[in-house]
Design a protein around this ligand. Structure first.
Ligand code: XIL
Length: 330
């Protein structure tokens, strides 16, 4: 069964991909993408370092390949990401002498970038992660806004401007604030208050993106449920934007193979979590995996190089227990 059909009455079912997965548009990777997913996110190809590596020099070669693939196959295209502390070239923040630019210059560069990137896909990209990971803990304790160069130069205003510029460039696109570990109580609260502040100022925020890079053990299914509930009162969409489930509980373990008991545990946990998503289908408008298969997963290089099996299809694109846990029995 096709996953997107299984969840057709609930939410969009998507995945991130990298452009090399569709280098053959009829190859096995492309076939799997077309069969199961009705929303695609470019894994790297729309990030600032890919689209504007040097000031004013834009490159959409790879992003356009993914865009064409979505158009040809009637798949919705999701934009990731406009403003982030990572995968953003140094020139954005610096002047010719290597010093930090003023807030005014930073906003000028931001506006030009957003106008150009969002404008190019106006009416075609249905949702954008406007800002990504703007919150951070302080030494593992409750923190605040991440002390990125965006924040150091412009303070919280950089978030407001990013949404305003994105809305001007494409009034129809849904604009998201995206972050990880949104189940942590302090972070959840902080993010909730931040969105409330933005709403009170009339900033056009349409949705919250929960990345949902989770582990085999935590967060609990109840924590996930509580998190979705906690944002309901804001009256905006929620999307699960980068779902995967590492089979590890720490940053150092390594397995040669994927133990059978863990395969079954992963499957059962995926099933329970999707039951929660389904329960919240009025709030959740898309559930998107960060990759379709265990070969093409960033978790084989992050946080260290090791085997990992976080997704629904294995290295040979075969359906795993995790996949069978989500589709109805016949
Ligand atoms: C990751 C990509 O998957 C990798 O290929 C790249 O090397 C680093 O970035 N949170 C995000 C994504 O918002 O953009 C990240 O993607 C994974 C974590």
């Amino acid at each position: 069964p096709s996953l997107k059909d299984v969840f057709a009455g609930d939410f969009k079912l998507g995945t991130a991909l990298l452009v090399n997965e569709i280098s053959n548009p009829n190859g096995p990777d492309a076939q799997l993408l077309k069969k199961h997913f009705n929303s695609l996110t470019a894994g790297n190809e729309l990030k600032w370092d890919a689209t504007e590596p040097r000031n004013g020099e834009f490159n959409f070669t790879r992003a356009d390949q993914i865009f064409q693939f979505t158009m040809n196959n009637g798949i919705a295209f999701r934009g990731h990401t406009l403003i982030w502390h990572s995968q953003t070239p140094d020139w954005v923040f610096h002047d010719a002498n290597g010093g930090l630019v003023s807030k005014e210059v930073l906003f000028e560069r931001m506006k030009k970038h957003i106008d150009t990137v969002v404008g190019r896909y106006k009416g075609k990209i249905y949702a954008w992660d406007v800002v990504n990971e703007v919150i951070e803990p302080a030494d593992g304790k409750p923190g605040g806004l991440r002390s990125s160069l965006w924040y150091q130069i412009a303070g919280e205003e950089f978030i407001e401007k990013a949404f305003v510029y994105a809305h001007e460039a494409d009034p129809a696109a849904k604009l998201f604030i995206n972050d990880y570990n949104t189940d942590q109580p302090w972070k959840r609260q902080f993010l909730h208050d931040l969105i409330k502040r933005l709403q009170n100022k009339g900033v056009p925020v349409d949705g919250i993106g929960h990345q949902m890079h989770i582990g085999i053990q935590s967060p609990s299914v109840l924590d996930i449920d509580t998190t979705i509930n906690a944002f309901k009162d804001l009256g905006i969409e929620q999307q699960i934007t980068e779902l995967d489930m590492s089979v590890y509980t720490n940053d150092t373990d390594k397995y040669d193979a994927f133990p059978l008991d863990l395969q079954k545990k992963q499957a059962a946990r995926y099933r329970e979590i999707f039951n929660v998503f389904r329960k919240h289908k009025d709030e959740i408008t898309a559930v998107i995996f960060w990759g379709k298969d265990d070969q093409n997963t960033w978790l084989r290089t992050f946080p260290i190089v090791r085997n990992n099996w976080p997704l629904l299809f294995d290295e040979r694109l075969q359906a795993k227990y995790a996949y069978w846990a989500l589709v109805p029995r016949t």
